[in-house]
Ligand binder design. Structure first.
Ligand code: ZN
Ligand code: MN
Length: 473
């Protein structure tokens, strides 16, 4: 496939996914639920790296890693092994990070995204398991900070590092890849992506086959897009002025929207990787098939099923499956109401109102959705009133039934409307004469009067038809 990419931009991403839905950390029994607790309150000799402490592999973390690997269409290695990655930094009390090197648990996968010109395959080089370091809190910005604090609650959390091929050609594609990845991770139910530090990103960027710069400290999808946009412009300007891009590590300053040089990039061999002597190689081959059986239906498959099973447009299937909770919500509604009717209500109306308010589908009850749609199909409220009810629930809570009652939205009976129509025609002779004389706008006036008489509870389209019918008599 030929891409429009005159500058030869190549972007690769490394994503650290924290397995925060596990109960315990990667190699010790400390709880992973530290997010609202005091710093350094979820620690033990293992995750503090005290002498004499020994790691024990968390079996659930291995299963989660295999799930992620399989969901990314990777090969699962028959036997994996942990290595020590040696470097000194205050967030790493042992002086090395226990990670995987020669035998990552998963490799050679692929993810499908919508590129600028159709479906685009992003290669997954590898996905490996490792432990999270502690968390450093710089006071102020990293380059001018007067002091740094350290919290080891995060130390030893299980991480999966996913490394992509440099297959993305623009910051927008990188963002779509991250969105897709988050989507898959959420489906697997291994990570609460809304928690602080749940997904963290590093990006490699090069232009026209030149050296690549690595940008670290990206913490959101929007941040990734901004960091990449900045970095591409920086490299282009440098090349335009006759300079060269050097291989280096840069830090993304989210507040300022710029990348700052941290250090010239170290080489892999600088880390003196060697096999972790405290952990024996781990054979996983005989488990792969079993773990594969536990995989849920993944986003691409669900999207395809929705188009077939519910006969919806791909655009709707995409919107409904972009988050697992929205997909589940939809299926609960569709179990009670014909899909053809409820699809636009959930995919267009509700999702639109949620997006507008930056809310998720948890803010809405399935029962309310069902009730609102039923009231429309049973002709009790107008479509416009239904939208008003949805808005009212999102803005100030309450149930559909109560809001319809409070706001007096129950549509008036047909005979009430026809009485109103007769009265309006009797009371507005001038407008009637104008209309019959060819003045089209008079019709709108008459319909408006009917709506006013019924206090907005008549269906406007129906009222219009009834006025027309009366006039033509
Ligand atoms: Zn611990
Ligand atoms: Mn890593």
């Amino acid at each position: 496939m030929a891409y429009h990419n005159p500058d030869g931009v190549m972007i690769g991403l490394e994503i650290h996914v924290q397995l925060n839905k596990l109960n315990t950390k990667m190699f010790c029994g400390c709880s992973t639920k530290y997010h609202n607790d005091e710093p350094n309150s979820h620690v033990c000799p293992v995750c503090l790296g005290l002498p004499g402490s020994l790691p024990v592999i968390n079996e659930k973390a291995v299963e989660a890693a295999m799930k992620i690997g399989l969901a990314l269409n990777c090969e699962i290695v028959p036997q994996t092994q942990f290595h020590r990655k040696n470097y000194y930094y205050p967030d790493l009390p042992k002086g090395f990070q226990t990670t995987q090197y020669d035998f990552p648990i998963a490799s050679e996968g692929k993810v499908f995204i919508e590129g600028e010109d159709g479906e685009h395959v992003i290669g997954i080089t590898r996905a490996h398991m490792e432990e999270d370091p502690g968390r450093l809190l710089h006071i102020g910005s990293i380059d001018k900070s007067k002091g740094t604090m350290i919290d080891y609650n995060r130390s030893g959390m299980a991480l999966i590092e996913i490394v992509s091929e440099p297959d993305m050609r623009s910051p927008k594609e990188a963002r779509r890849f991250l969105d897709k990845l988050r989507n898959i991770i959420e489906y697997l139910d291994v990570c609460d992506t809304t928690l602080e530090g749940a997904m963290r990103f590093d990006a490699n960027v090069s232009i026209g086959g030149g050296s690549r710069a690595e940008v670290k400290n990206i913490s959101s999808h929007k941040g990734a897009e901004r960091a990449l946009l900045f970095e591409i412009v920086r490299q282009k300007n440098l090349l335009r002025r006759g300079g060269t891009v050097v291989q280096e590590t840069r830090h993304f300053d989210e507040a300022r929207g710029v990348t700052i040089s941290l250090r010239t990039k170290e080489q892999e061999h600088d880390y003196r990787y060697f096999p972790e002597p405290d952990l024996v190689p781990m054979r996983v081959a005989d488990r792969t098939a079993k773990v594969a059986e536990t995989l849920p239906e993944l986003p691409d498959a669900k999207r395809e099923r929705f188009t077939k099973e519910y006969g919806m447009a791909d655009m709707h299937a995409k919107a409904l499956t972009s988050e697992i909770r929205t997909a589940d919500f939809y299926e609960e509604v569709a179990a009670k109401i014909d899909a053809k009717i409820c699809t636009p209500w959930v995919a267009d109306v509700l999702k639109g109102e949620l997006n507008y308010r930056d809310l998720t589908v948890e803010s809405f009850k399935v029962d309310d959705m069902v009730e609102i749609i039923e009231m429309v199909t049973q002709d009790k409220i107008t479509e416009k009133s239904a939208v008003d009810v949805i808005r009212a629930i999102l803005d100030s809570g309450g149930s559909a039934t109560d809001i319809v009652k409070e706001k007096g939205l129950i549509k008036v009976e047909d005979d009430v409307v026809s009485t109103a129509v007769l009265e309006v025609i009797k009371e507005n002779e001038a407008a009637v004469t104008d209309y019959l004389g060819g003045k089209e706008q008079s019709l709108n006036f008459l319909v408006g009067q009917v709506m006013k008489k019924t206090r907005g509870r008549a269906d406007a389209v129906q009222a219009r038809e009834m006025v027309l019918a009366s006039l033509n008599k």
